[in-house]
Design a protein around this ligand. Structure first.
Ligand code: SF4
Length: 372
């Protein structure tokens, strides 16, 4: 296929064009893509990295996703649930250092004990955090009423990954049954938007059975759904999961890494004003000749999670093996990170809650419409 130059001019590429840019080719071809993406990032969110304090509040999960080490059937890990006071402590530390975000992540639980405890915690965080602090949740598929309650309690953003936009592939990486359908996941995504959340999603890259066309379709999905934030990274296998049996069919880790960078770059070109995460999975790859954070930022990412889960629990939140832990949130780490970013022409965005420009624009459009 000839180089489809139209992608860089009309911003409405076809699935085929996107698949072309995802295909491994020359270093020059990748350079062209990354340069275009970085230019789009400079023009929109700018060369500023937003840090989110990520607290993995519990690894108790009622689901059994076939790729995930935290799945209910994995008896090899110890389960934990943190006390609300741990989250309050993280909020105070974040605020004292000039950061304006906390992300609460957990396995999926829909029981009332859990959903009510989340509501109470969000209320507490909102009271102490103030209006310019952002509370981000990543707690899986929930009834619309729970999303509404959490939004009302003061949460701002929600991250719910779809993992893939291909329903057949989705069913291959989840157990059979009506509880695990892409349709259900999309209804949850819709409910989040209706509840008023800044909404984020994401996919895994390099799954067994996945094609480049699937990934191209994922990019078009993000665009069609007008999401505000995306987190995506390489699929990394975990030995205690059913999908591990297919590890011999996978692309090499290096190929998955490069594919992930191309996905970030294409997404930045397609949706210049959203927030894109330099994912922990990407930073977990640990290849000798790569600098994952730098590569992700140069491909268009502008957000990073800083893992502030107590060290004693971090190992037990093993979605995949050899998970990298960015952090800690110590003064020294943050000073070193700022210095490193500086050498790449980037800086840490302090005192800025980092709302996605895309969300702010959409919100304004909705406001204008309702004022007419
Ligand atoms: S991906 Fe999420 S919902 Fe699925 S098993 Fe893992 S923690 Fe639970």
């Amino acid at each position: 296929m000839d180089t489809p130059v139209s992608f860089f001019t009309n911003h409405s590429p076809s699935e085929e064009e996107l698949a072309y840019w995802l295909e491994p080719g020359s270093v020059e071809k990748d350079r062209q893509l990354f340069d275009r993406a970085y230019a789009a990032k400079i023009e929109h969110p700018g060369p500023r990295l937003h840090l989110r304090f990520l607290l993995e509040v519990s690894n108790v999960c009622s689901r059994d996703c076939l790729y995930c080490g935290v799945r209910r059937s994995n008896r090899e890990i110890e389960r934990y649930s943190l006390q609300p006071e741990v989250a309050m402590e993280v909020l105070r530390r974040a605020k004292s250092r000039g950061y304006r975000n906390i992300v609460l992540q957990a396995g999926e639980r829909r029981d009332k004990t859990f959903t009510r405890a989340v509501t109470r915690l969000v209320e507490q965080l909102r009271r102490e955090g103030g209006e310019d602090f952002r509370i981000v949740l990543s707690l899986g598929e929930q009834p619309a009423a729970a999303y509404r309650d959490w939004k009302q309690a003061g949460a701002d953003r929600y991250l719910l990954r779809i993992e893939t936009s291909n329903p057949k592939l989705y069913s291959k990486i989840h157990p059979p049954g009506s509880a695990y359908t892409l349709g259900a996941r999309l209804r949850s995504l819709e409910a989040l938007r209706e509840a008023g959340f800044q909404t984020g999603t994401g996919v895994m890259i390099g799954l067994p059975f996945q094609t480049l066309r699937d990934l191209a379709a994922d990019l078009l999905f993000f665009k069609a759904w007008e999401v505000d934030m995306v987190g995506m990274g390489p699929y990394l296998e975990h030995h205690a999961t059913p999908l591990f049996a297919y590890r011999h069919q996978l692309l090499t880790v290096k190929e998955r890494y490069l594919l992930s960078l191309r996905m970030i770059a294409l997404l930045r070109c397609l949706m210049p004003d959203i927030n894109i995460v330099a994912s922990t999975a990407l930073q977990s790859v640990g290849l000798p000749d790569t600098e994952p954070l730098r590569d992700a930022l140069m491909a268009g990412a502008n957000v990073m999670m800083l893992n502030v889960t107590p060290e004693s629990c971090q190992k037990a939140y093993s979605l995949y093996e050899n998970k990298f832990t960015p952090g800690p949130d110590s003064e020294k780490y943050l000073v070193d990170l700022a210095r490193q970013l500086n050498t790449w022409g980037e800086e840490i965005a302090l005192e800025d809650p980092g709302d996605p420009l895309h969300y702010l624009k959409t919100k304004n459009t909705i406001l204008k419409k309702s004022l007419k």
